[in-house]
Design a protein around this ligand. Structure first.
Ligand code: FES
Length: 107
């Protein structure tokens, strides 16, 4: 079992953060634990705020959960086809090296 999974966050300004987290923690939790700016996570991961909006890399599927899709539709600024709520993405080995882009603003 992998101890840590390394992922990358890139801000809208091009600033890059290389971080790692334990398998099973979420991409949002990994950002928060590593002080990555631009992930606010106001609801603490309850899929109820959309301030953990990220643009997911290829390989991370689009949002399938209806509630996540609704939150992205109604709350996420600058929504794109690959928009996800990072509190709904768990770290797993297939995400090793994945790059998550951050929107310019979280609402
Ligand atoms: S932390 Fe609130 S929706 Fe993800």
């Amino acid at each position: 079992m992998t101890d840590k999974i390394n992922i990358v966050f890139r801000t809208a300004d091009g600033e890059v953060f290389h971080v790692s987290g334990a398998p099973g923690t979420t991409v949002m939790e990994t950002a928060i634990m590593n002080d990555v700016p631009g992930v606010e996570a106001e609801c603490g991961g309850a899929c109820a705020c959309a301030t953990c909006h990220v643009y997911a890399p290829e390989g991370v599927g689009p949002a399938e959960d209806e509630y996540e899709k609704d939150m992205l539709d109604f709350a996420a600024d600058e929504r794109r086809a690959n928009s996800r709520l990072s509190c709904q993405i768990e770290l797993e080995p297939s995400l090793e090296g994945a790059v998550f882009e951050l929107p310019r603003v979280q609402i």
